[in-house]
Design a protein. Structure first.
Length: 464
């Protein structure tokens, strides 16, 4: 099959729930299912010359999108952390492949290593010759309320929250198609994807803005399979299997016929979900799936079975299911690997800035002034909190009543508030140390609002 490679960038935060439920603690996907791209193209269903071939024949497969890591023009496709990666509890630097662990380490060595813990989240880069780098996706959470249009206010008892993948995240997905497909249908498919601008849930709100563009070539990881040799399969996408009666199953014997599965070496995770069909306006049948990142070990693999893997295993292939990698380098025989780097969630920062342009419209200028005042207040609050964090121990012995007196001086609107505070804390009525005086009243004095907020927010005696 031929391939079309696309890159997708999130221009806003994107909500990709793992469930169609609307209540409870809903987990989020760490990838973009191929069904999203199929749905984008399906909007032009009647425009294709042969719609059956595009959507129902299996001649076109819309792959899942996986994370891109790096910088422009040197992006690398990352892979979901394999479920066969384990590390000793309380020690993340040493990583072992589960399916080789018992073969490469003696019982005595395993006792010294101790209990192992499975790695379950994040992405790894394909090149692990120097060690493992794990990249985690950053999420932003927002609490919202439905709007009551009749009362023109927030709707009662209608609070909800969204956990969304942050803007700026980049992904890559592949569309495979049979050589018998017409060039007109493929051109329409490409144009429809590139012109698609929305993705995920709550697209009518602040979420869902994307940009898709066609990319260059992708590099396939090498696989080396010799006859009669143990084979490791990595689930690059979800896998849905059915038995001989067409019933959904998790049984790996239905992966493809004739292969002997080494169950004690496998590491798989399973889940169920019920997809929603937008065209039919209803949910479809519940699906049983083997999750991305699962690792399946076979005793051997024949040429015929290799061809079956290339075509895709299981069902729902058009939606990105059924993609397996054979003997990927990061799962091959290695006694031990090292975790070089593990990304941490980015610290949330306020990206809003003061607007310095003068606006002629009075109403707009009023809103600009209010916006600037809010930013100044936020900056002041941050400065006060930093001062308190840095000096909390220094003022541990200062009584609440003394902070109350300082607060009263600040609220008296006296123009010489610095002198008044200094006179109070140096008068001998209270016992302030020189360090305490200098910290609160340095040579370049703090503003009246700053000192007042410090007096209000400084921890009480019981909180120290």
């Amino acid at each position: 099959m031929k391939k079309l490679i696309f890159q997708i960038e999130f221009l806003s935060d994107i909500v990709l729930p793992a469930s169609s439920n609307t209540e409870g603690n809903i987990s989020q996907l760490e990838f973009i299912p191929g069904s999203n791209f199929l749905g984008m193209v399906a909007r032009k269903y009647d425009k294709f010359s042969n719609s059956f071939d595009v959507f129902h024949s299996g001649k076109v497969r819309f792959g899942d999108a996986t994370l891109l890591v790096g910088k422009e023009e040197v992006y690398k496709e990352a892979y979901k952390v394999p479920l066969s990666f384990f590390h000793p509890k309380l020690e993340e630097k040493r990583i072992f492949n589960h399916h080789y662990y018992s073969d490469l380490f003696t019982e005595e060595e395993r006792k010294k290593i101790g209990q192992l813990k499975q790695m379950r989240s994040g992405y790894i880069l394909p090149d692990i010759s120097q060690g493992i780098k794990v990249k985690h996706i950053n999420y932003n959470y927002a609490q919202k309320s439905a709007y009551d249009s009749t009362k023109r206010r927030s709707k009662t008892s209608s609070m909800y929250g969204y956990r969304a993948i942050e803007a700026g995240t980049k992904w890559q997905f592949v569309v495979q198609y049979d050589e018998t497909m017409t060039s007109d249908d493929i051109d329409l498919l490409k144009t429809t994807l590139i012109n698609s601008k929305r993705l995920g849930k709550s697209k009518s709100s602040q979420y869902g803005q994307i940009e898709i563009k066609e990319a260059g070539k992708t590099t396939n990881l090498p696989s080396d399979v010799k006859a009669g040799e143990k084979v490791v399969l990595y689930a690059k996408s979800r896998i849905a299997l059915v038995d001989e009666d067409g019933n959904a199953t998790y049984d790996l014997q239905y992966l493809f016929g004739g292969a002997k599965v080494l169950y004690n070496k496998c590491q798989i995770r399973t889940s169920t979900f019920t997809p929603y069909n937008g065209a039919m306006q209803t949910k479809t049948y519940e699906r049983l799936v083997i999750e991305t990142g699962s690792v399946i070990v076979l005793e051997s693999l024949s040429e015929e079975q290799k061809k079956l893997i290339e075509k895709g295993v299981g069902i729902y292939l058009a939606e990105g299911f059924g993609e397996l990698m054979v003997n990927p380098p990061f799962l091959m025989e290695q006694k031990e690997m090292t975790l070089l780097e593990k990304s941490k969630p980015k610290a949330k920062t306020d990206q809003r800035k003061e607007i310095k342009d003068e606006i002629k419209n009075n109403t707009v200028q009023f809103l600009v002034n209010r916006h600037n005042e809010e930013i100044k207040k936020l900056k002041l609050a941050d400065e006060v909190q930093k001062f308190i964090d840095d000096n909390k121990a220094l003022y541990r012995d200062i009584k609440n009543a003394q902070w109350g007196t300082i607060r009263s001086i600040c609220t008296s609107n006296s123009e010489k508030y610095i002198e008044d505070i200094k006179e109070y804390i140096e008068s001998g009525k209270v016992s302030w140390k020189e360090k305490q005086v200098k910290a609160l009243l340095p040579e370049t004095s703090y503003s009246l609002e700053f000192i007042k907020l410090v007096a209000i927010q400084m921890p009480k005696e019981g909180d120290k």
